[in-house]
Design a protein around this ligand. Sequence first.
Ligand code: KIV
Length: 303
Amino acid sequence: MSIRPQKPAPATPAPGKLPLTELTEMKRRHQPIVMVTAYDAPGGRLADQAGADLVLVGDSAAMTVLGHESTVPATMEEMLILTRAVTRGASRPLVIADMPFGSFQVSDEDAMRNAIRFVKEAGADAVKLEGAGVMLSRVRSIVAAGIPVMGHIGLTPQSATMLGGFKAQGRSAEKALALLADARALEAAGCFSLVLEAVPAPVARRISQELSIPTIGIGAGGDCDGQVLVWHDLLGLYEGRTARFVKRYADIGETIRGALETFAADVRERRFPEAEHTYSMPDEELALFERAALGTEALDRRE
Ligand code: KIV
């Protein structure tokens, strides 16, 4: 008899789910970890089918799917809806919910309460939060509640104004050392993994070597233990300016635009719908309907 429940309770790994502990094993084996963002059920399903190990429901959703200028406006309610959709689509990858700005900054209790909501209400396997310093105690509190936490340092978009804009971090020896200290402190606080964003490659390499937990890089060079890209950047769905670390693997935006233009032309030229897209009805029923509709004959179904 299987001891694993078929419908697992929150925080209980579902059958087939990548075990969290496997990530450290992958680091040990030098097997790169693949993470991608997703914001809906088809995205979760496609990421799973493509073999992603981690799916991040990033607060980048504020920009990519909600049309904001930054990640700051994302709310808990919006992130819960998106996370719930992704967990319905993704089975094997660990789904990580990004804690939006304001959901963890105020207090440890707030951070814990909101992390629990992601697990209980949206089925997330883990949460991610930006920063170190005072955020270390948020990490400890969430981990104490039994929820795995991914850290995020370097360019942390929620505090981009404080960092002087969207630019690379840790480019002086002093700042690089501060990043290393933050990374060590986040590992000690209980993070299972760490995102390094827009950090010089040699600094990211040193941090990755010093930590036993895996680092996931974005704009941090090829020596991180894994890599992440944002769905819309990777697929060519985002029209705004993208960072230099973005690699576009497809131009799905162009494909979608072309398909929509063809649909619009077909509708306007009455080429769509065709017979195969429509439903028929028996001739005698149609004749009855037409006569009744024109008022020439009442529809009498009594035998
Ligand atoms: O919100 C997001 O998509 C992220 C990734 C860039 C790591 O935090």
